[in-house]
Design a protein around this ligand. Structure first.
Ligand code: ATP
Ligand code: MG
Length: 265
């Protein structure tokens, strides 16, 4: 079981070097054109890159540069107009909707700027939702949801409704929900966009600890400070990659938090 990349979260010790080096995402010449009848929007104009297991990538770029379009394709929520996308070696560019949904559910966790939690549903039930489509039984589903909530530090809030949680806590429930099927890749599109600066760093602390355990993370952010918690930074411009570089000494969120005033103080 520990050999399965989908269980990266559970790995007690870092996976062997070979696994970490494995290419999980490979895209070649991705193009996406939105056809609006009279006009066509070229949202992606030839994106080629590789992402390896265990990477933590920040994607930046001006509004409209194609970041969300790119993330939606990576997350199998949308298909490219042309180009190739290999996800853990499987060519997903040609798959049908239903097959894409299956792959998405098993391999990918998604976190958005809006937390998208169900209002009349507890933190535990919200977290459990994605497991309803999997073949595990009820007790195991619940166990996994509790485990995911503990992972984001909300073990003591399982019975709370979204309205009884702070913004940061709601986003943590959304992260737990993204993790509950034990994906090998976490995609986050502006996850701190609605959060104050301290809460944003707290979310980055969670991402860094998940990444330390081997989870591959791709994060879109407008904020330079937030991007500096990642290990690699990619800048989009007009639907293309303008810059792609390693961040030599990523900031540690846990350290930065020590220097920030907390709400209780
Ligand atoms: N469903 C759609 N139909 C038509 N055009 C779209 C659609 N989604 C995005 N676009 C266009 O594609 C381009 C890229 O949009 P995208 O949402 O990927 O940008 P972004 O980099 O995520 O921007 P932001 O930082 O504002 O979120 C934009 O010009 C946008 O207007
Ligand atoms: Mg966007």
């Amino acid at each position: 079981m520990s050999a399965q990349p989908t269980n990266s979260l559970q790995a007690a010790e870092p996976a062997e070097e070979v696994k970490r080096e494995e290419v999980v995402i490979q895209v070649q010449e991705l193009h996406k054109t939105y056809d609006l009848g009279e006009t066509q929007v070229h949202a992606l104009r030839g994106v080629t890159l590789e992402i390896r297991r265990g990477e933590f990538v920040a994607i930046m770029g001006a509004s409209g540069s194609g970041k969300s379009t790119f993330m939606n394709i990576l997350g199998c929520l949308d298909k490219p107009s042309s180009g190739r996308y290999l996800l853990e070696g499987t060519d997903v560019s040609s798959l049908e909707k239903k097959q894409l949904a299956g792959i998405r559910n098993r391999k990918i966790g998604f976190v958005f700027q809006g937390f998208n939690l169900l209002a009349r549903t507890t933190a535990l039930e919200n977290t459990e939702l994605p497991t309803l489509y999997s073949r595990v039984d009820k007790i195991e589903r619940r166990r996994r949801a509790v485990e995911a909530l503990k992972m984001v530090g909300l073990g003591d809030r399982t019975g709370h409704f979204p309205s009884q949680l702070s913004g940061g806590q709601q986003q943590r429930v959304a992260i737990a929900r993204a993790l509950v099927n034990r994906p090998s890749i976490l995609l986050a599109d502006e996850p701190t966009g609605n959060l104050d600066s301290r809460t944003s760093v707290e979310v980055m602390e969670i991402f860094q600890s998940l990444n330390d355990k081997g989870l591959t993370i791709i994060l879109v952010t407008h904020e330079h400070d937030i991007s500096q918690f990642a290990k690699r930074s990619i800048v989009f411009r007009d639907g293309k990659i303008k810059r792609d570089e390693i961040i030599p000494n990523p900031a540690r969120a846990a350290e930065v938090l020590k220097t920030m005033p907390s709400v209780e103080e």
